[in-house]
Design a binder for this molecule. Structure first.
Ligand SMILES: [Zn+2]
Length: 349
């Protein structure tokens, strides 16, 4: 008898939406430090994290991903708080579990991601990363995760290690890659080849997340969709990346009157480079038309973007009650009660 796989069943039936990008949003809300980017919020301000999950859930996210991004042993060592590692992970997982439980049909995901210490030439470092992933996946299993999400991998070797460890958990798993500007994985392996390898290791979903906006993610998505037979995932950043500036590490802002003190727009001065909501909706529709059924938005995402994604693929969300409606707008509306002289100002406004 084959084991039941509710995630795969849902994906076979239609789109599944997944919100990511909690680090950026919680930094903007004042709950963690740009640069350090450690998700201590799960311990320090659990209500702030819960509320963010609930907002994304209302906007249509089917998956509540535990906020353990960067919550791994090495990062906690860097900031001298290794003792908080396990409590932080468990708290993030418990918060995600309770939010997912409140909405029938939602999934809770444990999360592992790029460690930023992977070294293709250093087996000792690789073993360290593996053991970090193993302990985090272990906590996720113990806290009742429905699936594991491995994400933002720019080394093929690290993605493969994550896939092997996620697979060993026995849970369904999603694995998404985040290629940098050089259009291959940082260890020189092809992006499509890495996706294929991850599929062979048993991933239910392979795809791309983070780093790239819609314009520079779509060409790779098409190639991956053609090369694998499992489900494909797409979670871009909502920024206007281009062929010349393919990731948010590269984005320039020549119009900025005051540039960031560290000299680049990433990660704190990207705001004017965002896509609008319609561009994100169009991306979601195009990805879905390609056969991509696991769709979301990563760093820069707000609930507004997630609702846009959900609606673009034909879903109605709790937050759809407040979706755009201009008919009573003082300038765009056609309601008879609107003051004609003010509506007329629209052309000159
Ligand atoms: Zn991201």
């Amino acid at each position: 008898m084959t084991q039941s796989n509710p995630l795969k069943e849902r994906l076979d039936a239609g789109p599944v939406i997944c919100a990511e990008g909690f680090l950026f949003e919680l930094e903007k809300r004042g709950y963690l430090t740009a640069g350090e980017f450690v998700p201590e919020v799960a311990l320090e301000y659990p209500d702030a994290l819960r509320s963010l999950h609930v907002d994304f859930q209302r906007a249509g996210s089917d998956i509540v991903e535990a906020f353990t991004y960067n919550g791994h042993r090495e990062k906690m060592r860097v900031i001298g708080k290794e003792d908080l590692l396990e409590p932080l992970n468990r708290s993030a997982l418990q918060i995600a579990r309770s939010v997912a439980d409140a909405k029938p049909g939602n999934f809770m995901a444990g999360n592992i991601s790029n460690s930023n210490i992977w070294d293709p030439a250093d087996e000792q470092k690789q073993a360290e990363v593996r053991s970090m992933f193993e302990e985090m996946v272990g906590w996720a299993v113990e806290e009742g995760a429905d699936l594991i999400i491995g994400e933002t991998f720019y080394f093929a070797g690290e993605a493969i290690a994550a896939a092997e460890i996620a697979k060993a958990s026995g849970l369904p798993f999603v694995l998404t890659l985040a290629p940098m500007a050089f259009q291959e994985m940082a260890d020189g392996v092809g992006i499509v080849e890495t996706a294929q390898r991850v599929e062979q290791l048993g991933a239910d979903v392979v795809g791309l997340n983070c780093f790239r906006g819609p314009a520079t993610m779509l060409p790779w998505l098409k190639k991956i969709r053609e090369a694998v037979s499992c489900h494909v995932g797409a979670l871009p950043i909502p920024y206007r990346t281009t062929e010349d500036e393919p990731t948010f590490f590269n984005l320039s802002d020549p119009r900025a009157a005051v540039p960031s003190p560290h000299g680049r727009t990433f990660p704190t001065a990207l705001d004017p480079l965002q896509t609008n909501r319609y561009e994100i909706g169009a991306f979601a529709k195009e990805a879905h038309d390609l056969g991509v059924n696991y769709i979301g938005v990563c760093c820069g995402a707000t609930p507004m973007h997630i609702r846009e994604v959900a609606e673009a693929v034909g879903l109605t969300t709790e937050a759809s009650r407040f979706s755009e409606n201009m008919k009573n707008h003082f300038m765009y509306g056609d309601n008879k009660r609107l003051a004609e002289n003010v509506v007329a100002l629209g052309d000159r406004a």
